[in-house]
Design a protein around this ligand. Structure first.
Ligand SMILES: Cc1ncc(COP(=O)(O)O)c(C=O)c1O
Length: 383
């Protein structure tokens, strides 16, 4: 990124979104998925900024929501109710009621008690709820343990050993229509063999269901496609082609079965940077600290997952040195990178922390009563 691409006054810290890159990414998603007729739902939890959501909904994607407020935001930003899937292990009664009122496409359900509550509420409202059962397929995503969701020790989904029993119970509920199976095994997965493993497990599950005479019209493989955090300039768009081709090659759909995905990170991560200024450079005995005006409240990923983000000094071209790039918050975890090679850095320099478009702004908090970082955009919003 060059300083010349930014507005003359950058209020730091702030999230800067490249809407041109977002559009290119969406075009790539479309081109890679449409030959197979796949349905893509954007996972709103990755970034719920209305400007981004309006761009994304214009490309005809559905929405994957995990709260009543996300459903509300999705509808406000142009996603149609019949393209909304609703996941989460802890949906509240009021959220279920509102989702039924809005007639969303499908609840992705994570436990039998939850399905009983949906049945009861739908019955009270004189409705029938479309649901998919989220299956925990026991496929290891080989990613950070905080973002691995598809192995048995996770709280997510119905375990394979329970699936037969759950389906038998669900088929007896009068206000539930079972329309599909849902999977989501984790996030930031770049090894396609993991998705191949998911396809093979899904085939086995389908085969077992078929033997019981059960064919469901929808299969949802969730999200999880990773991005290149190391080289955002070299690989600004995730490998959607290989991702969809893997499912096309290894999953064996039944005739007329519709295949869904819920992609978050891969759509928005590279289009957002966190911009900050250096407040102070502090010299320790063994290391130098570049202390920024952005902190872990603005971007939690490094503190929460030890996540790597490429850091760039946009103001200096001096010889390089190593810095620990840290925030102002009284927590040792408030560190964006250790031993980061930067050109000699000074008070006032503008720093870009790259690839923060996903799970950045949405995870921000007001810890220490700090203000939320505003968002600025590469171009003004077209209506
Ligand atoms: C159920 C579900 N679907 C989709 C996603 C989006 O995943 P990603 O951002 O890795 O594509 C998540 C993320 O945690 C999720 O929990």
């Amino acid at each position: 990124m060059q300083l010349s691409h930014l507005p003359s006054h950058v209020p730091t810290p702030c999230y800067f979104y490249d809407l041109v890159l977002l559009e290119k990414t969406l075009q790539t998603v479309q081109a890679a998925s449409s030959p197979y007729g796949y349905h893509i739902h954007y996972a709103i939890k990755a970034n719920a900024n209305p400007v981004l959501l309006r761009r994304i909904s214009r490309y005809g994607l559905g929405a994957d929501c995990v709260s009543g407020n996300e459903i509300q935001r999705a509808l406000e930003c142009g996603f149609p109710a019949d393209g909304i899937v609703y996941a989460g292990v802890g949906k509240s009664d009021i959220e279920i009621e509102q989702a039924l009122q809005r007639d969303i496409f499908c609840f992705n359900c994570e436990s039998l008690p939850e399905i009983h509550v949906i049945d009861e509420i739908a019955g009270r409202m004189g409705k029938k709820a479309r649901i998919a059962i989220r299956v925990n397929p026991n496929v290891d995503a080989h990613t950070h343990h905080y973002i691995t969701t598809g192995i048995e020790e996770n709280k997510f989904g119905i375990y394979l050993y329970d699936l037969k029993h759950v389906i038998t119970e669900v088929l007896q509920l009068t206000h539930i229509e079972l329309i599909g199976l849902h999977f989501h095994i984790g996030s930031q997965i770049t090894d396609m063999s993991v998705f191949r493993g998911l396809c093979i497990r899904a085939n086995e599950i389908q085969q077992a269901m078929k033997e019981r005479g059960l064919l469901l019209p929808h299969i949802n493989f969730g999200g999880g496609l990773g991005i290149d955090y190391n080289e955002p300039y070299r690989t600004p768009i995730a490998d959607f082609k290989s991702y969809f081709a893997t499912f096309a090659q290894f999953f064996e759909p039944e005739p007329h079965q519709q295949i869904h995905f819920e992609l978050g990170r891969s759509i928005v991560a590279h289009c957002g940077d966190l911009l900050a200024r250096v407040l102070y450079v502090k010299e320790g005995k063994k290391r130098k600290f570049a202390i920024l005006d952005a902190g872990m409240n603005d971007l939690l990923r490094p503190a929460l997952y030890q996540a790597f983000h490429k850091i760039e000094n946009l103001s200096s071209q001096e010889p390089e040195e190593k810095y620990d790039v840290v925030g102002p918050i009284c927590e040792s975890a408030d560190c964006f990178g250790k031993d980061v090679t930067l050109p000699q850095t000074h008070r006032g320099d503008l720093i870009a922390i790259h690839s923060c478009g996903a799970y950045g702004e949405t995870m921000a908090s007001r810890y220490n009563l700090r203000d939320l970082a505003p968002a600025i955009f590469s171009e003004t919003e077209k209506d």
